[in-house]
Design a protein around this ligand. Structure first.
Ligand SMILES: *Cc1c(COP(=O)(O)O)cnc(C)c1O
Length: 470
């Protein structure tokens, strides 16, 4: 493809993108395909000779598009949102066109310096105090891994990377049982091991870990000769929004000298609204906090911000300096690859900069406030229907519910059938979870383009399909 064709096809792609966004409401949110359908439709071997772009593009539209789940659909109420505001997509076009590797300051000075600036904008927007630095990671999973490795190294007095974990005391990390699976992965990959993730039981409306039990567990582990390393607090858990008492947890962390990482991957975006900050009171005392602007806030994936109190600890854990990466004679500059596990890194700050400027915090706050209010309204409406029950109350814009099965019908089976029937219908998309072992249906409002009318449609779809099932 020469640059004239590049221009022509880029325009075509831009037109396609706008038409696609316009057409979302007419599409089923989740495609009606069977496993293997798309795989079978693609040639079994790679082409030996070049093919015309027209054909490639036509195949994209005919074979690929019908198999896509539409994450930007205004009636996507499943999982958590992965919003990509159009302005962040525009920034990504530019980033793709430049295709810079932003691992060192000198491999992309502007990317590095904009990252420092925009991460600090986010710190201010979320109401965090000065004194936090930060970095943009690809995902919350990577940020949590980086935090886990840092707490491991700090606890081992920086010997783990060199010596390995053999012969070291048994490391222990503490969290509630509501945390995301990325915490499990981090504990596997860091070599600490799942058996050493101590899951503290939760209680109360927000399923917060029992802070007294946390303290007791740490004391008991110390007495048993083990080495407590850190605590992972959760604000807005994936299943039902489980949220710890971060201030209580931070006090325990401080008392025992443990590293505290806060996972607010989804809920962190809501902290641009001062009235929601009570959900993470105490986060300002953490060593590390992660939140994903690529979820609710609208920065195209991938865009995860990790705030760090002491970057020296993170850099001491992760920096490698082979000769060819050294930037001679330039002290005081940041090489962000030393703050993360991968070496190569994309220019992620541009889309967040575009997004924050084009929307302004005021408009983003309005969006988030609407989502929370609509979710609360939906929950209240469902609670008034005698054949529905709320399983968990709204935490920000996430709640869960159940349809009451007819006598003699298993509730789990009935509600799984209901989720499947709703998703096959295509007008909305929901997912299920388990609360105390029993199936519940999750509902979260978070799409950039969602309107109050979409919530009314969701209510009609849920009640209509549930009543047809019984
Ligand atoms: C989505 C989510 C994650 C994982 O985020 P990735 O960026 O996909 O790794 C972790 N924790 C919570 C609470 C989440 O909601």
């Amino acid at each position: 493809m020469n640059n004239d064709e590049f221009r022509q096809w880029s325009r075509r792609a831009a037109d396609w993108g706008a038409d696609y966004r316009n057409s979302l409401r007419e599409r089923p949110v989740r495609p009606l395909v069977d496993p293997g359908d798309i795989f079978k439709s693609v040639e079994t071997s790679p082409p030996e000779t070049a093919e015309p772009m027209d054909e490639i593009f036509a195949d994209f539209e005919q074979k690929i598009l019908p198999g896509m789940t539409h994450w930007q659909h205004p009636r996507f109420f499943a999982y958590f949102p992965a919003n990509a505001a159009p302005v962040s997509v525009v920034a990504e076009y530019l980033v793709s066109a430049m295709a810079a590797q932003c691992m060192l300051w000198q491999t992309s000075p502007a990317a590095t310096e904009l990252e420092t600036r925009v991460v600090d904008w986010m710190r201010q927007a979320l109401g965090l105090p000065e004194g936090f630095s930060g970095v943009m990671q690809d995902s919350a999973s990577s940020a949590t891994l980086a935090a886990m490795l840092t707490m491991r190294e700090r606890a081992l007095d920086w010997r783990g990377n060199e010596k390995g974990l053999q012969g070291q005391p048994t490391l222990r990390v503490y969290s509630s049982d509501q945390v995301h699976t990325s915490i499990d992965r981090a504990i596997w990959v860091s070599g600490i091991g799942e058996d050493n993730l101590v899951r503290i039981p939760v209680a109360g409306r927000f399923r917060a870990m029992d802070v007294a039990a946390l303290d007791t567990a740490i004391v008991a582990d110390r007495e048993a000769g083990m080495l407590p390393a850190g605590i992972i607090a959760c604000v807005g858990g994936t299943s039902t929004g489980g949220t710890d008492d971060v201030a209580g947890v931070a006090a325990v962390a401080k008392r025992h000298g443990l590293y505290l990482h806060v996972d607010a991957a989804w809920a962190g975006s809501a902290m641009i609204c001062p009235e929601f900050r009570h959900f993470w009171t105490g986060a300002e005392q953490a060593d590390s906090i992660v939140f994903n602007p690529h979820k609710w806030l609208g920065a195209q994936f991938d865009c995860s911000v990790q705030f760090i109190r002491q970057p020296e600890d993170l850099v001491r854990t992760l920096a490698i300096k082979p000769e060819f990466l050294k930037t001679h004679g330039r002290d005081g500059i940041i090489n962000y690859s030393e703050w993360s596990v991968p070496l190569g890194r994309r220019f992620r700050a541009l889309k967040l900069w575009f997004l924050l400027r084009a929307h302004g915090l005021e408009n983003l706050r309005t969006m988030i406030r609407n989502h929370v209010a609509w979710s609360e309204g939906f929950a209240a409406r469902l609670a008034r229907e005698s054949d529905f029950e709320l399983v968990t109350e709204p935490m920000l814009s996430l709640f869960s519910f159940r349809h009451l099965a007819a006598a003699g019908i298993d509730s789990d089976e009935h509600n799984l059938r209901l989720v499947n029937a709703i998703n096959d219908d295509g007008r909305i998309y929901l997912t299920q979870t388990r609360v105390n072992g029993q199936v519940a249906i999750r509902f979260q409002v978070g799409q950039f383009e969602t309107t109050a009318a979409d919530i009314d449609t969701a209510f009609e779809v849920v009640t209509e399909i549930a009543r047809k099932l019984t």
